[in-house]
Design a protein around this ligand. Structure first.
Ligand code: SF4
Length: 360
């Protein structure tokens, strides 16, 4: 690398870290070097806003203050703490990785990027964040914020979600990484993306790197980053059955590789569209061999839309009463007293419905 390139990199790094020291938000996980706490915060913050994540982080570490406490927890309890955050595979992976740390790493998080990647649910980004912040390993941590900053700063017009784009951004970030303080550097880049180099209307006038920014000088800030157009939203129709029976109600656990895996729900029939109630009841009979008469349905909710990143769920809730002697219910259904519903982790869609209707 020639002298002027090295000087420019040093200047970028210096401006960035100075800006970070003045502007960084005061967040609970920024007061620690403990790799366990950094790990938990990084996992919670994936796909979650900082404001919402902070409350979950505090509750999570209060309940599970170290690896051992987490490794000894039950999946149901961990999911209860996670309830409402979404992307529940993160919680299941945290638990699995905690057990791995106890069995394979003597209860301590491994201290290198390479070893961290062996843990369930830890990918390139999370390993980079933990290794650089807790262990000062000179590795990068590239999340969506960093990708946006780097692609604008260097004017990359290759899609950032393509293989080529991912490599380009990784290589470039590594070139400018402050090897003496990689943790601060990585956090500064993320924070710049979150506070200044936002997806829409970035605050370029206040950006410490504006003198070096290629997208700004070429007036391409709103065109970069480029993304491939792969994110099609899938619409799904969920019909939930709140089947009451003498103060009891039936629930089941989601077991398939699908959204909300391991969470609980009311018996569900998924249909191809918005079917009339008779056909939905018929589907219930076909799928689970339970024969509720239409006359026993006491209410059907309006369709409720629930948006996820890649899916739009349209749900209806059918409430019905069944006499004690009616069935023969499927063995995967669990019969519980209605007042115990709040002992089980449900998707937010169901939780909100219960909260709104106060049916138990
Ligand atoms: S000048 Fe604007 S576009 Fe460039 S890095 Fe800064 S905030 Fe992002």
């Amino acid at each position: 690398m020639n002298h002027s390139v090295t000087a420019k990199i040093m200047k970028i790094s210096k401006l960035l870290t100075e800006w970070y020291k003045k502007n960084a938000r005061d967040l609970p996980w920024r007061h620690t070097q403990d790799p366990y706490l950094i790990w938990i915060s990084e996992i919670i913050l994936q796909q979650t806003q900082v404001k919402q994540g902070a409350g979950y982080y505090n509750r999570f570490i209060q309940k599970y203050p170290d690896v051992m406490a987490l490794a000894n927890a039950s999946e149901k309890d961990v999911l209860m703490v996670w309830q409402g955050l979404g992307y529940y595979s993160r919680a299941r992976n945290l638990l699995a990785a905690a057990k791995q740390i106890v069995t394979d790493f003597q209860g301590k998080l491994p201290c290198s990027w390479h070893e961290l990647k062996k843990l369930k649910g830890i990918g390139d980004y999370t390993a980079g964040a933990i290794a650089s912040i807790a262990f000062r390993e000179p590795v990068v941590a590239i999340d969506g914020n960093v990708s946006r900053v780097i692609s604008r700063l260097y004017g990359f017009e290759v899609p950032i979600d393509s293989k080529e784009g991912v490599k380009l951004i990784r290589d470039q970030t590594l070139k400018i990484l402050d090897k003496d303080d990689p943790g601060t550097f990585n956090q500064a880049l993320m924070e710049l993306g979150a506070l200044c180099c936002k997806p829409a209307n970035p605050s370029c006038a206040d950006c410490p790197l504006n003198a070096f920014c290629s997208a700004l000088s070429k007036q391409k800030v709103h065109k970069i980053p480029v993304k491939t157009n792969r994110n099609l939203i899938r619409t799904r129709w969920f019909n939930y059955f709140i089947i009451k029976c003498n103060g009891y109600v039936f629930i089941e656990q989601r077991k398939k590789r699908d959204i909300w895996n391991s969470l609980f729900q009311f018996p569900l029939v998924e249909t191809e569209g918005n079917l009339p109630r008779e056909l939905v009841l018929e589907e219930l009979s076909n799928q689970v061999n339970v024969f509720p008469e239409d006359s026993k349905v006491t209410s059907v909710s309006e369709p409720i839309q629930h948006k996820l990143t890649h899916q739009s769920i349209i749900a209806r809730f059918f409430e019905l009463e069944l006499p004690e002697n009616n069935l023969g219910w499927p063995e995967e259904w669990i019969k519980i007293p209605g007042e115990q519903l709040n002992h089980y982790p449900f998707p937010v869609l169901i939780k909100n419905y219960l909260h709104k209707t106060l049916i138990f």
